[in-house]
Design a protein. Structure first.
Length: 137
């Protein structure tokens, strides 16, 4: 009788086959994890570069918008001066209009910022009683 055909020989071949399968699976999982980490690294780099580009474009955009606004204010002052108003009064009016717009925007930001704290969610989780949240509003 051949040693490989005995029940012990078949069990040993089966065990070796299972071990090879487990090793192969482990190798495949390691490769898969490596591939996923590489993709994550590449996408993180791309996201970082995109963020830098977006910030740079936003700064340039802000400079252009501020420049355009200053030109509009200057044109408004020139129109008022050409209409017979004194330069000082025209500039004071431009300052007053700018401050009024800034105040309205400040109030908008302040009033809208209340929603950043997720008050209804915190209330529903039991963090803030309903009457305390209304007093803050």
């Amino acid at each position: 009788m051949d040693g490989n055909s005995s029940p012990d020989g078949q069990a040993s071949e089966h065990t070796a086959s299972v071990l090879e399968g487990v090793k192969s699976l482990g190798s495949s999982l390691t490769g898969l994890a490596h591939d996923h980490l590489r993709i994550i690294a590449l996408e993180t780099r791309l996201a970082g570069e995109s963020l830098v580009n977006m910030i740079a474009a936003s700064v340039a955009l802000a400079v252009l918008v501020v420049s355009a606004w200053l030109m509009l204010v200057a044109i408004g002052v020139m129109v008022l001066v050409n209409g017979g108003m004194g330069i000082v009064v025209a500039m004071l009016m431009a300052v007053a209009v700018n401050l009024a717009i800034a105040f309205m925007l400040f109030r908008l930001v302040r009033d809208t910022s209340r929603h950043l704290g997720f008050p209804a969610t915190i209330r529903s989780l039991g963090g803030i009683p309903h009457h305390e949240a209304r007093e803050d509003a």
